[in-house]
Design a protein around this ligand. Structure first.
Ligand code: NCD
Ligand code: ZN
Ligand code: ZN
Length: 477
């Protein structure tokens, strides 16, 4: 059999090993991995001397803003940024306009993404109090999972109260899909923000003061209890504090299907950076005091935190640099800089490159039911590849990035380790740090390949659905 492409002389990285081998690709899939002389003949060969070959990163948390905010980002610019960042699959959040809350809106978003994406994608469906009724059509239309906003953030999607959250978890549990959580307690932070605003306090530290660690800790703990009760699978987005780790670990120890992510900004930035990049660094949850960094690193390395994601949240310079912190849009781009930032830590000896592959690709693929088609470079897997030059030094310049946002706290940061080529299902989408223009529209939704384990519903007899049917049938105990 003739391969489409054979890559020679690279070092292939898996969560367990780094091996020097050749890799053959046919019809978008890995055909063979092994000695160069064992490779089939190929239409094209590629010399990856000096490069590491990684399964492309799977970023489970991006905001590509399309439809709704084309001045911030769209599917074309967002996925171009991803391609430059060695990211081959993204999961996009539902806080677009309109929010991804019913089947029709979901279908429209699938069509937009399909027409513009350079890389593969999954779409989150909103799980909110107002759209309980549309959950079946979201499932039917093809989502990677649900997103539930326990607390308010950009887009101002209403946060369900605890009663609604329980009912939404019951419904999600039946589907077997994972629910990704913006885990911040809305009551606490809204009350504090109102007080601070009334007192005329509007500097950037007020944003941090309105969202102390307890805001996140309380939400993670409560979500874990409701997930344990219902059997819902949950994922804690953007873990920012050391304090969240205890409820996360305890829930895992109890057998709750809970996973977690952190982002480079919680690992590498702290309140010490606030005055350097005022407003720009504002994000929900906030970047915190430095003492949080080491415990979060440890948790990421020992597996308590399962993965690194970016919360790529682009806004424009004008939206990020307003004087009144309460009017600054929270978040900043990250999909393009995550890999170089983390590879810099590999170079610094913080972790091995296999550790990095585990947290950036293997774990996300496993946790969302995409493994081994994604998150792996074994025979039969999708040929989604980031070829990285671990020795290459680079300075991040916001103006040079693919994202439309052009403003982040990473501007001027020196990194060592850069993705130089990105392949999605066998096709180059970024080559020699240049976008492959006709790869626009190559991206596909991954929900079609998703295989989550069967639902593990608990306390089925106590669900809202069960009690209302029982009561209407006249059965009460
Ligand atoms: C995100 C955004 O801009 O969409 N902003 C943020 O500060 N993280 C929303 C979110 O993830 O909470
Ligand atoms: Zn969030
Ligand atoms: Zn986000």
């Amino acid at each position: 059999m003739k391969a489409d492409l054979v890559i020679h002389n690279g070092k292939i990285v898996s969560p367990d090993a780094v091996i020097e081998a050749s890799l053959a690709i046919k019809d978008g899939k890995v055909l063979a991995v092994g000695a160069p002389e064992a490779m089939p003949p190929a239409t094209e060969t590629f010399d990856a001397s000096g490069l590491h070959i990684l399964p492309g990163a799977i970023d489970v948390h991006v905001h590509f803003r399309d439809p709704g905010y084309p001045h911030k980002e769209d599917w074309e610019s967002g996925t171009a940024a991803a391609a430059f960042g060695g990211v081959t699959t993204v999961f996009d959040m539902p806080n677009t306009i309109p929010a991804t809350a019913n089947g029709e809106i979901l279908a429209a978003k699938h069509a937009i993404a399909k027409s513009k994406a350079h890389i593969d994608f999954g779409l989150y469906g909103l799980l909110g109090d107002e759209n309980l009724a549309t959950v079946p059509e979201l499932l039917q239309g093809g989502i990677i999972g649900f997103k539930l906003y326990m607390g308010n953030t950009f887009g101002k999607i209403a946060s369900p109260d605890t009663g609604a959250t329980l009912e939404l978890f019951e419904v999600a549990a039946q589907s077997g899909k994972r629910v990704s959580l913006h885990a911040e307690n809305n009551d606490i932070m809204e009350r504090r923000q109102k007080r601070l605003m009334a007192a005329g306090i509007r500097d950037q530290f007020a944003h941090l003061a309105a969202r102390p660690a307890v805001v996140a800790v309380e939400a993670v703990s409560r979500a874990a209890i409701l997930a344990e009760w219902t059997g819902a699978r949950i994922h804690v987005l953007h873990i920012s504090t050391a304090d969240e780790l205890r409820p996360l670990r305890e829930a895992k120890a109890r057998g709750v299907d809970i996973t977690g992510e952190t982002c480079p900004h919680y690992l590498m930035l702290s309140t010490e950076d606030y005055t350097r990049v005022p407003g720009v660094i504002a994000v929900n949850p906030p970047v915190r005091q430095k003492h949080n960094q080491e415990p979060i690193w440890q948790a990421l390395l020992n597996g308590s935190i399962d993965m690194v994601a970016t919360d790529h949240a682009p806004h424009t310079p004008e939206e990020k640099t307003r004087n009144d912190i309460w009017t600054v849009d929270c978040g900043f781009p990250g999909v393009e800089t995550q890999m170089p930032l983390m590879l810099t830590e590999v170079n610094a000896g913080r972790m091995t490159i296999s550790d990095y592959v585990r947290m950036s690709s293997y774990n996300p693929a496993r946790i969302w039911g995409l493994y081994p088609q994604k998150g792996s470079l074994s025979v039969g897997a999708d040929a989604d590849i980031a070829m990285v030059d671990l020795g290459r030094e680079h300075t991040i310049r916001d103006v040079e990035t693919q994202s439309r946002s052009k403003i982040s706290p990473w501007d001027g940061r020196k990194v060592k380790g850069l993705p130089v080529h990105t392949i999605v299902r066998g096709r180059f989408v970024m080559k020699d740090r240049t976008l492959v223009a006709d790869s626009k529209g190559w991206g596909q939704s991954v929900h079609t390949i998703q295989h989550m384990p069967p639902p593990q519903v608990r306390n089925a007899e106590h669900t809202m659905q069960a009690i209302t049917t029982q009561c209407s049938a006249g059965r009460r105990e």
